[in-house]
Design a protein around this ligand. Structure first.
Ligand code: NAD
Ligand code: TYD
Length: 346
C-alpha cells in the first residue's frame, strides 16, 4: 500500500501511541501526523516532546463528534490507540471504558467514513481471546472472542464495531491484537513500570495470588513496528496478532527486574488475587510475521532497557506518582490488599 500523507493518531500522548508517533516520524519522512489525545490521567504531553514540526498536537476526546470531525480534515489514515487501558481500573468502574473504548470508537468510525479516510486501524489486544490457562495452545485470529474483564469486553465490542463498518459500508479496516507491552513512558500502573518504580523506592512489589499468571511481553518498539506493518500491508477486514513468543510469569517478571535493579527478592509480596484473573494469554503472531514483521527485542534486553529508562528518568515518574490521582488509585486498590497480607502474616 502507498504511503499515507497525513495520519490521525488517537491516544497519541499515551504509552504506545507516543511510541508509534515517534516510530512514524523516524520511518516515514513525508508523513504528517495529527496527535490527538484527551490527556486523561494516562496521557502525558511530555511523551511527544522533541518530535518536530510534522506532528500537530490536538487535545480532544474521541467521543466528541465536533472535535473528531475537525481533526479528521485532510487525513488519509486513522490509527486508534485511545482507550481506557487498565484491567484493575475497569473492575472498579466499567463506565469510562464503555464511553471511550466503545462509544468513542463509534464516533471515530462515523467520522472516518464521512471524511472518506483510506484506512482505519484499530489497536486491540490479545485480552479479547480470554484465558488460555489449562492449555498450551496459542490464540489464532480465527478464534472466537471470549473476553472476561470489563476492559477486554469493551475492546472486543470495539472490534465488532470496526469489522461491522468494514462489512456494512465497505470501509477499509484492519485490527491489531497486541500482547502485553512494556518499555519507556508506560504509566506506572501496569505491572512492569509499577514494579520498577516501586523497587527504585524500596517499596513492596504486590504480586497477585501465587504470581503464576503468564503474559507474552512485547517491547513497545516492536509493537509499533507491527502496527505500522499491518497499516501498510494488512489485508482489509483482517485482524493480526502481535506477540513476542515469550511467556513469562509474574514471579519471573518480579525476579528479573529486581536482578536488573540490584534490589533484594524480599521486596516481593504476595497479595489477594485479581477477581476473574486471566492466568494465561499467548498469541500466535504467524499471520503478522507472514507480512514481514518480526519481533526484534528479546525479553531480557527489553527489560534491561526499560529498567534503565525509569532509573534515568525519575522526574517523569515522580510527577505521575506524586499526583493526587495516582496516590488515590494506589490507596484504593493496593491499600486493602497490602494490609490483608500483613494481617495474614501476623
Ligand atoms: P495508555 O493508557 O498509556 O494511553 C491511552 C491514551 O489514550 C492516553 O494518552 C489517554 O489520555 C488517551 N485517551 C483516553 N481516553 C481518551 C478519549 N476519550 N479521547 C482521546 N484520548 C483518550 O494506553 P497504552 O498502553 O498506550 O495502550 C494504547 C492502546 O493499545 C489501547 O487501545 C490498548 O487497549 C492497546 N493495547 C495496550 C497494551 C498494553 O500492554 N499496554 C497491549 C495491547 C493493546
Ligand atoms: P497488567 O500489567 O495489569 O496487565 P494485564 O492484566 O492487562 O495483562 O498485569 C499483568 C500481570 O501481572 C497480570 O497477570 C496481573 C499481574 N499483576 C500483579 O501481580 N500485580 C500488580 O500489581 C499488577 C498491576 C499486575
Amino acid at each position: 500500500m502507498a504511503e499515507f500523507n497525513r495520519i490521525l493518531v488517537t491516544g497519541a500522548a499515551g504509552f504506545i501511541g507516543s511510541g508509534y508517533v515517534r516510530y512514524v516520524v523516524e520511518q516515514h519522512a513525508a508523513t504528517q501526523l495529527v496527535a490527538f489525545d484527551a490527556l486523561t490521567y494516562a496521557g502525558n504531553p511530555q511523551n511527544l516532546d522533541g518530535l518536530g514540526d510534522r506532528v500537530t498536537f490536538v487535545r480532544g476526546d474521541i467521543a466528541d463528534v465536533e472535535a473528531v470531525r475537525a481533526a479528521m480534515e485532510g487525513v488519509d489514515a486513522v490509527v486508534n490507540f485511545a482507550a481506557e487501558s487498565h484491567v484493575d481500573r475497569s473492575l472498579q468502574d466499567a463506565r469510562p471504558f464503555v464511553r471511550t473504548n466503545v462509544e468513542g470508537v463509534a464516533v471515530l468510525l462515523d467520522e472516518a467514513r464521512r471524511a472518506r479516510v483510506r484506512r482505519f486501524l484499530q489497536v486491540s489486544t490479545d485480552e479479547v481471546y480470554g484465558d488460555l490457562s489449562g492449555s498450551d495452545r496459542h490464540s489464532l485470529e480465527t478464534d472466537v472472542l471470549a473476553p472476561r474483564s470489563p476492559y477486554a469486553a469493551t475492546k472486543a465490542a470495539a472490534e465488532h464495531l470496526v469489522r461491522s463498518y468494514g462489512i456494512s459500508y465497505g470501509m477499509d479496516v484492519v485490527i491489531t491484537r497486541g500482547s502485553n507491552t512494556y518499555g519507556p513512558r508506560q504509566y506506572p500502573e501496569k505491572i512492569i513500570p509499577l514494579f520498577i518504580t516501586n523497587a527504585l523506592m524500596d517499596m513492596p512489589l504486590p504480586l497477585y495470588g501465587q504470581g503464576t499468571a503468564v503474559r507474552d511481553y512485547l517491547y513497545v518498539d516492536d509493537h509499533c513496528a507491527g502496527i505500522d506493518t499491518v497499516l501498510h500491508l494488512g489485508a482489509s477486514g483482517e485482524a493480526y496478532n502481535l506477540g513476542a513468543r515469550t511467556e513469562v510469569t509474574g514471579v519471573e517478571v518480579a525476579r528479573s527486574l529486581l536482578r536488573h535493579l540490584r534490589k533484594p527478592e524480599g521486596l516481593i509480596q504476595f497479595v489477594a488475587d485479581r477477581p476473574g484473573h486471566d492466568y494465561r494469554y499467548s498469541v500466535d503472531p504467524g499471520r503478522a510475521e507472514a507480512l514481514g514483521w518480526v519481533r526484534r527485542v528479546a525479553w531480557d534486553e527489553g527489560l534491561a532497557a526499560t529498567a534503565r529508562w525509569y532509573a534515568d528518568n525519575r522526574a517523569w515518574w515522580d510527577a505521575v506518582r506524586g499526583s493526587a490521582g495516582f496516590r488515590g488509585y494506589v490507596q484504593r486498590h493496593y491499600g486493602p490488599r497490602l494490609s490483608q497480607t500483613q494481617a495474614a502474616g501476623e
